[in-house]
Design a protein around this ligand. Structure first.
Ligand code: RIB
Length: 293
């Protein structure tokens, strides 16, 4: 089983032809709400790829919380260890223009997930093949998860987003770190090549349409990107993480897991919403097959 410990949001999405400049008002084209949150997105990505996955997190006592949970149930994510807290659920305000987005994430109930709650879930976390985390949680809770996973010898895959909550001290506790190019530069301050060389088989840098870069212990590996039609890139990183985890727990090599995850992420951006384009296993396998021919 994969355990995702992270955020569950309602995304409120405004589409326009261009982003407003400071102080400017632009006319929008559409407005929608859709389930999101990096934790929920990664859990749904795993579930769609056939994995047994649970999400540990918190929703608020509002209608968004009910909608978030109903969606997770529908997607076959185990939410039996999620809790509810007073106040609003997490919300992300997303501005979407063609091929690009800007996100403000308001934690709400996500910040009610405490280190004490993580301690209470020791046995379910200990039964996991892999724990996936992002950084839309309080820092104390992130540390509680890292320390517990170290004690229980459960590997952790961390998506260091939002990067402002990352600490270099996490690295010895993390089996895989998956920043994008911008986050990698912010977190480490060195070139991508130098950074991946310093963290072989641990640091996987996603480069958008240019693929993924990591060091396999002998050399730098570039896994090329996959050409794709872009409708909405929101959640592409979450799909990548979910697909990578799904393959790794099935015993794939890192290289083949990265190739699979790259294809899954490229398929996810062809539809609207963070979770809307997440592929099922057969879709990824079919696309991998086409690329090989
Ligand atoms: O990674 C995309 C997600 O980031 C969105 O769904 C939004 O909720 C923010 O958390």
């Amino acid at each position: 089983m994969i355990t995702v410990i992270g955020s569950a949001n309602m995304d409120v999405i405004a589409q326009a032809d261009k982003f407003p400049l400071q102080g400017e008002t632009v006319r929008g084209k559409d407005f929608q709400t859709a389930p999101g949150g990096k934790g929920a997105n990664q859990a749904v990505a795993c579930a769609k790829l056939g994995q047994n996955v649970q999400l540990i997190g918190t929703t608020g006592m509002d209608s968004f919380g009910e909608m978030i949970k109903a969606n997770l149930r529908r997607q076959r994510v185990d939410i039996s260890n999620m809790t509810q807290t007073e106040g609003p659920s997490g919300v992300a305000v997303i501005l979407l223009t063609e091929g690009d987005n800007r996100i403000i994430s308001i934690p709400g109930a996500n910040h009610a997930l405490t280190p004490e709650r993580i301690g209470e879930l020791k046995s379910v976390i200990g039964a996991s093949q892999l724990v996936m985390m992002q950084l839309e949680l309080p820092i104390d809770t992130v540390w509680a998860v890292l320390k517990l996973c170290e004690e229980l010898e459960v590997p952790v895959m961390m998506d260091p987003a939002p990067s402002s909550s990352f600490q270099l001290e996490y690295m010895p506790y993390v089996r895989y770190l998956t920043p994008n190019e911008t986050e990698c530069a912010e977190l480490f301050g060195t070139s991508i090549e130098e950074t991946v060389t310093n963290y072989p088989n641990q640091l996987l840098v996603t480069l958008g349409k240019d693929g993924v870069c990591y060091h396999d212990g002998e050399q730098i590996i570039y896994v090329p990107g996959v050409p794709a039609e872009v409708v909405d890139t929101t959640g592409a990183g979450d799909t990548f993480n979910g697909a990578l985890a799904s393959r790794l727990v099935q015993g794939s090599t890192l290289q083949s897991a990265v190739q699979f995850a790259n294809v899954a992420a490229s398929l996810s951006i062809g539809k609207f919403g963070a979770q809307g384009g997440m592929p099922i296993e057969q879709e990824v396998v079919k696309r991998v097959g086409k690329l090989a021919n």
